[in-house]
Design a protein around this ligand. Sequence first.
Ligand code: SF4
Length: 433
Amino acid sequence: MQKVAIVALGCPKNIVEAEYLLGIFKNKGFEISDNLDEADIAVVHTCSFIKTAKKESEKSIRDVLDIKKKTGLRVYVSGCLPQLLKEKMSTFFPNIDGFVGTGTLKNLPELIFNKSFGKFLFQPGGLNNSSHRLLSSSIPSAYLKIAEGCNHRCSFCIVPVLRGDYKSRKIDSLVSEARALADSGIRELILVAQDTTSYGKDIYNAFALDKLLIKLSRIKELRWIRLLYAYPSSITDNLIAVFEAHKNICKYIDIPIQHISKSILSAMRRPLNTVAVIEKIKNKLPDIVLRTSIITGFPGETEKDINELIAFLNQGYFQYVGVFEYSNQKEADSSRLKKHVKNSVAKERRTLIEKTQYGIFKSKIDRMCGDTIDVLIESCLKKNNKYHIEGRSYFQSPEIDGNMMLTGDRPLVVGKFYKATIKGVSGYNVIVD
Ligand code: SF4
């Protein structure tokens, strides 16, 4: 039986696809391995959203090709990078055995077996659904990809080129996958898509995320249902009401705004009513925890724009802000804009925003000191007769918002929820006991 290993790079949507791919391979009789040195076949599932992601993908491919030199394993590359570069990729990596894009992932096993498929299979899209899914992590937390592609055309973004137009999955299909995940022990479900809040518009002619969330909230084993990648202008009153009404929907939303200056937002082709949307959410849900993403150094950005952004952040709407320096990609329309900002200036502005935001984050947690909250335990290691335990609370997404940290005399069970009291911060981690 052939052993296959997948290197999954990029965003949570890519992780879900890799888990579907693992499930499809297993179902076709492959043995799944996480050790590249013993694998017969390796798949590098790539990302090419921005320059740094492209570089990371190319480095991973080279690393796997180094193993190929030693073991002779067959190497296939899938996802956003081959979808972007197409046949050109084989000039950069002639020793790769096959390339599949984003919309042809499910055909990868055939491409491996069936030489008549040739070496290339490209089509924009995504692996949106599969009755076979192999979760890649042991913690009781899983992503649910509710749609693929995007109908927006933000000027700095190439995702619509790579992933095509917006395609929602049917509510029933998502609820049955969520049910199966809950039955397998998942207690936190994280909803992802390029834009989760446009869910349903294409198949139900109306925003239907609120209806999906209500159905998912009825799966009582799910303690936390979390929403990432909300798009400002498709936040409806019905959606906000669902957050109020359902206890197991986390009082947390990730809503990338990218900037606040109207001149920059219009150059980005992003909604101009972002301030009003954030204020509406905070007026209706004052205790909700918000995360956002910001780009610094977008063409045309001035000191005045950055000062406006800092003034807005200082109003304290967001607990977490991911800051990215503008990545100029020739495939994106923004590359043709004038007044590009020096990388060094983009970096300075990023540091300034990060410093500003850390102060805001710390003062929010300081105000929570003494509060008792639920913590989902994710690791428990014994060192020098003490247990070093990490977990997360409802206001922390995996890998991006820091962890809850505690040191104790007794072990806690990974995957279980415990009550803990907030004591303070250590960087972006929160100290509890
Ligand atoms: S909403 Fe904009 S940034 Fe996000 S995937 Fe769509 S086009 Fe890209």
